[in-house]
Write a protein that binds this ligand. Structure first.
Ligand code: PEP
Ligand code: MG
Length: 454
């Protein structure tokens, strides 16, 4: 992203006449406007410096920073795209954020008062007299409650990554959780799963995960919560305690993650599955199991066998797979034959792998096109195959929050959409309108058929 204006940031800070001058821009990744003093965070150890109302400016946020992110008024990062850690977590916390600015940590400086717009992606010099405590979100975008929204035949669900955001997510009135990512739960322990187990034992690991998922299952009960087994790339795990044992990979997104790692390390994923089973045993029958990144039916079958080994009762609890790679799209019929109850279209990865665009690379973020015709065609094929076999379909990628995508997928017959917390009301409205339009079109056709003269 480019740095706007040719003044230095110090000059901008000193001259009140510069209020409103643009300092830097990036991708608006969590809506809302915030004003506050900049705190540059160069190292995770400095996160304690963040006070209530500060604007965090950093290269990229890390799981350890979540408490500081909660305290902050806003977040600006140099790196990352719409599906990066900073983008996902800030949206769930309801903190305005901008990612992928390229050079915010160079352009901005500590103590500088700025205003950021998490919708537009702009950072400007703050007005001198603006009150930092003013409601930065007068339209209530951050609250995102559904209040009186229409009930739709297509379910509108929500994505959750941080259990602390579960109540906020449940209050939207969403029909369930389409994707509960385990990554942030595990990463927030500050240790790799292997290190956690080595230090505290298997039982503590199962307890830790099940307790965090329980918060989400409880907030949503009896609405379904689809919890996904771990899908953390090695470069993220490398940041944690124990991360020195992670393999170094040139392309972590194409590497040792998701089900491909789980199938190589079955004893680790079985601990995750034991946590899901524990919740079933506690009566949380709304918890459903989902596997990330399979390529084919064999991946799904092997994952299913592990589920059976830990005693998860598939006749009582729905389970399914993410469809995220071109290979899994081509094998959708065989994957369905493995007995899944649902698939989730992971468009963050579908787009990455179809278009060969690294989702975390700001240099090619403008090429990350969820609406590329090949992507739309592929999704329509998956939905059609699933509908023929009574398998539920949903979208859990970032584009599930986009009104145009919601409209397209409703027209193609998707069973549900799972969107960001802040997007639920808008997605619900779009879905309702698209459904009504389909009904109207079909009624008109019937009328035309009945009396073509009129
Ligand atoms: C996706 O790939 O679209 C998805 C929802 O999974 P994640 O973003 O966790 O890879
Ligand atoms: Mg994915």
């Amino acid at each position: 992203m480019t740095t706007a204006g040719d003044m230095t940031s110090e000059a901008a800070d000193d001259e009140t006449s510069d209020a409103g001058a643009e300092l830097v821009d990036g991708y608006g990744s969590s809506p809302g406007v915030a004003t506050g003093p900049v705190k540059i965070i160069e190292d995770i150890d400095e996160a304690d410096r963040i006070d209530e109302g500060d604007v965090i400016v950093t290269e990229m946020t890390a799981p350890d920073m979540v408490p500081a992110m909660k305290r902050s008024a806003g977040i600006i990062t140099d790196e990352g795209g719409m599906t990066s850690h900073a983008a996902i977590v800030s949206r769930e916390l309801g903190v305005p954020a901008i990612v992928g600015t390229g050079d915010a940590t160079d352009v901005l400086h500590d103590g500088q008062r700025i205003t950021l717009d998490g919708q537009k992606g702009t950072v400007v010099v703050a007005e001198a007299d603006i009150d930092d405590t003013e409601d930065a979100d007068p339209d209530g975008a951050r609250a995102a409650t559904t209040g009186g929204a229409p009930t739709t035949a297509t379910e509108v669900k929500v994505n959750v990554s941080i259990p602390d955001a579960a109540q906020r997510a449940a209050d939207t009135g969403a029909d369930g959780v389409g994707l509960l990512r385990l990554e942030h739960i595990l990463l927030s322990t500050s240790k790799t799963p292997e290190k956690y187990v080595a230090d505290h034992g298997e039982e503590a690991f199962v307890e830790e995960i099940s307790e965090e998922i329980r918060k989400v299952a409880e907030a949503f009960y009896p609405r379904p919560v689809r919890a996904r087994t771990l899908d953390a790339p090695t470069d993220e795990l490398a940041e944690l305690e124990g991360g020195e044992n992670e393999p170094h990979e040139h392309n972590p997104m194409l590497g040792y993650r998701g089900i491909r790692r789980s199938l190589k390390e079955p004893e680790m994923v079985k601990l995750e599955l034991r946590a899901f089973k524990r919740l079933h045993d506690m009566g949380y029958d709304n918890v459903e199991v989902m596997f990330p990144l399979p390529n084919d039916a064999e991946d799904v079958r092997r994952a299913r066998e592990l589920m059976d080994e830990v005693g998860i009762d598939r006749t009582k609890h729905d389970w399914g797979a993410m469809i995220e790679t071109p290979a899994s799209i081509r094998s959708i019929d065989e994957i369905i034959d493995e007995g899944i109850d649902f698939v989730a279209l992971g468009t963050n990865d579908i787009v990455q792998f179809f278009l060969a665009v690294d989702r975390n690379n700001a240099m090619v973020a403008d090429r990350f096109d969820d609406f590329h015709p090949t992507i739309l065609e592929a999704m329509a094929e998956v939905i059609e195959a699933c509908n023929e076999n009574d398998v539920d379909t949903t979208i859990t990628g970032q584009s599930g929050s986009h009104p145009d995508m919601a409209k397209f997928l409703v027209e193609k017959g998707i069973s549900s959409l799972s969107s960001n917390i802040d997007a639920v009301p808008e997605v619900r409205r779009v879905v309702a309108r698209a459904e009504r339009k389909l009904l109207l079109d079909s009624a008109r056709e019937t009328l035309d058929d009945a009396d073509p003269q009129i």
